[in-house]
Ligand binder design. Structure first.
Ligand SMILES: [Zn+2]
Length: 379
């Protein structure tokens, strides 16, 4: 094995070796703190409940630039299914292997190395640079980035720009960045009925028939047509439950869970209103629980978008494709404070999978891109 691996790969390996299965940080944040504190970052652990968070800032002036990410990883599954052990951080065949290599200890290492390079080269930079790290992104805990942002905003530490180092790229690092994400809202619907014998339906009220009609109507609707950056909103049923286990019984209740992914053309409030209306048309005996999992956000223009496009182009020769595809990310907790947010990170084809890995050339390139973004904005 080569003994001259770039510093960013060595840091990523140290992070991967810490088995930080969500929401356990396993010492990852201490490691980042040890790197940044000697460079003059003021580091503030912000633990909430079982979640570890770290806020590390260099400088006190505005504008404030924030790199955001997470130290937690999803479980590796069966370790023996992996070509190399999931927490061994092996370097082989041109890749760095391990759980979190792409999602997102690679990005975390690259963000940290970029901060180091930038601050060393320009200790008197304008504005401030910071790192916001949580150990509970994969569990969507309210005590992670969401809570840290609430505290920061309450104290007047509101970022202007944020890069989230999640794996955004497809074939090569920088070919795709995300400049927004769809919102997500989940409904749990329970429809009540009257239990009875299937041969005597006049004495019963079948809740399954009502539930099916509600779901069919919701599924038939065109909710909106999307816009330039977002596809039309999508409705998906994710579970349906009913039945008492006997083939001659109309059950007393039926329930379903369904989710909408939606863009700024739609709103959580409008969706809730529409769902309530459809449900009310078919049943007056029901309960609806709503989980508003994240509002949509979009950075359509501005200095961060330009700084990112230029930085990627300087490394790859092409500007990234800016997309709003994929699930949600912690960007949804940062953007509502009025922050320009872009997600830029390694390739994502093996995230959460067995044999998660990242190309060895990806991380040094990412460090160069990140450093150049900082220089574009703050020198
Ligand atoms: Zn991630």
């Amino acid at each position: 094995m080569s003994t001259t691996l770039p510093a960013v790969i060595e840091l990523a390996r140290e992070l991967i070796r810490r088995e930080s299965i969500t929401p356990d940080d396993a010492g990852c944040q201490d490691l980042l703190r040890e790197r940044l504190e000697p460079l003059g970052f003021s580091c503030r652990p912000m633990p909430f409940g079982e979640v570890s968070n770290l806020w590390a800032r260099h400088g006190t002036a505005d504008p404030l630039f924030v790199f955001a990410g997470h130290t937690d990883v999803v479980p590796p599954g069966t370790a023996s299914d992996w070509r190399y052990p999931p927490f061994a951080a092996e370097v082989a065949d041109g890749f760095l292997w391990g759980r979190g290599a792409a999602d997102m200890k690679g990005g975390l290492a690259a963000m940290t190395c970029a901060l180091e390079e930038f601050v060393r080269a320009a200790p008197e930079h304008s504005g401030s640079v910071a790192l916001l790290v949580t150990s509970a992104e994969e569990t969507s805990s309210p005590d992670g980035t969401q809570r840290v942002m609430q505290e920061l905003v309450a104290q007047g530490e509101v970022p202007t720009w944020s890069i989230v180092g999640e794996p955004s790229s497809l074939e090569q690092v920088g070919d795709q960045a995300r400049h927004g994400r769809r919102g997500s809202i989940t409904f749990r619907l329970r429809v009540g009925g009257v239990q009875g014998h299937v041969a005597y339906p006049q004495a019963a009220d079948n809740p399954i028939h009502r539930l099916v009609a509600i779901l069919a109507e919701l599924q038939r609707r065109e909710w909106d047509t999307g816009d330039r950056d977002f596809p039309s909103s999508g409705f998906q049923v994710v579970s349906v439950n009913a039945g008492v286990g006997a083939e001659n019984v109309i059950p007393p209740e039926a329930s379903a869970v369904f989710n909408f992914r939606y863009g700024p053309a739609q709103s959580a409030e409008a969706l809730q209103k529409s769902v309530s209306e459809v449900v009310a048309a078919y049943s007056d005996c029901c309960e609806i629980e709503v989980h508003d999992a994240g509002r949509p956000f979009i950075t359509r223009s501005g200095r961060l978008l330009e700084a990112t496009a230029e930085a990627v182009e300087s490394q790859t020769g092409s500007r990234p494709v800016f997309s709003t595809s994929g699930g949600t990310s912690d960007g949804r907790f940062i953007a509502p404070a009025g922050v320009e947010v872009i997600e830029l990170g390694p390739t994502n084809s093996t995230i959460h999978a067995v044999d998660e890995r990242i190309g060895l050339d990806e991380l040094p390139r990412l460090v160069a891109m990140y450093t150049r973004i900082l220089q574009n904005l703050l020198v």
